[in-house]
Design a protein around this ligand. Sequence first.
Ligand code: AN7
Length: 345
Amino acid sequence: MNIPAPTRSVSLIERFRDRLPFSAGDPIVTLGEGSTPLVLAERLSERVGAEVHLKLEGLNPTGSFKDRGMTCAVSAALREGAQTVICASTGNTAASAAAYAAKAGLRGVVIIPDGKIATGKLAQALMHGARVIALRGNFDQALDLVRQLAERHPIALVNSVNEFRLQGQKTAAFELLDDLDGRLDALCIPVGNAGNITAYWKGFVEAGSAPRMLGFQAAGAAPIVNGAPVAEPETVASAIRIGNPARWEEAIDAMRASHGAIRAVTDDEILSAYRLLAATEGVFCEPASAASVAGLIKYGAEGAERVACVLTGHGLKDPDAALEQAGAVLPCEPQLRAIERAVLG
Ligand code: AN7
């Protein structure tokens, strides 16, 4: 069958090929990731006294920033002849790995902490046909186990311990600099396994830029802030419920080299930023993503004139969190009087 070349958006690997470890003949597994919107947040800017931009990473194909890294990790796995890709995940990596594995025609296996991932992410992993294994343990235990498994079997590990993940994720820094004409003073970003803050810093350094890296962990899952692993991390922001980040050292390096900071925000502060973004900026992100804005509100812009907050995942990922935070719906009888009361009252 002769399939015509479709009209399509350029893949992340093609767009940034000169800065990524892929050459012209390599297979590319793409779902049209990257090139996400950067939106000026007027209300938030006024509140913190700086020009604040929101990088909407939830607009990637599977609804999170993970797709930037996954296009690279799965393309590389295909190039190396892998047949199976595996990851441990708090949800978004699982959804992304499952989708890119499906697109590549590879087997996808995802290990998730039982009962602790958002509904949308679970639905995605299952729909994309991955084998979903619910570990009776937390993310840190799952990551430890998949690392051992990948050493013993010919399975490609696509967690952010995989260098290709960071390579792909660093492209968000390039996009920010492109969109802001190279001028950015500080980046606010949630920190879980610390792959993303590491990747952004890598991207900024490669581009010759050095905004302050301001990372935020959830207070109940803040090993880097505390300076010690957290055995039983807890937070409403399930995506960053991580007690022993794989990229801990690199995150500290990024923080020091950029004169930044890694600090904690409470669940209440996260949820308040989560509601504020949706209600006053029109941007619906998941709770973990709101940690970046919660941190900016809590600690202030600290002299930065232009700030970008990375909103890592879409709000629709976690409908349960949203419904718990949102107002109630108004019931109404199908009569004009009743609807008038409901609408105008
Ligand atoms: C929405 O999916 O770790 O600091 O297994 O889903 O690079 O780990 C997700 C992490 C922030 C933290 N925001 O990024 C996983 C996983 C969202 C996330 C993070 C995650 P890292």
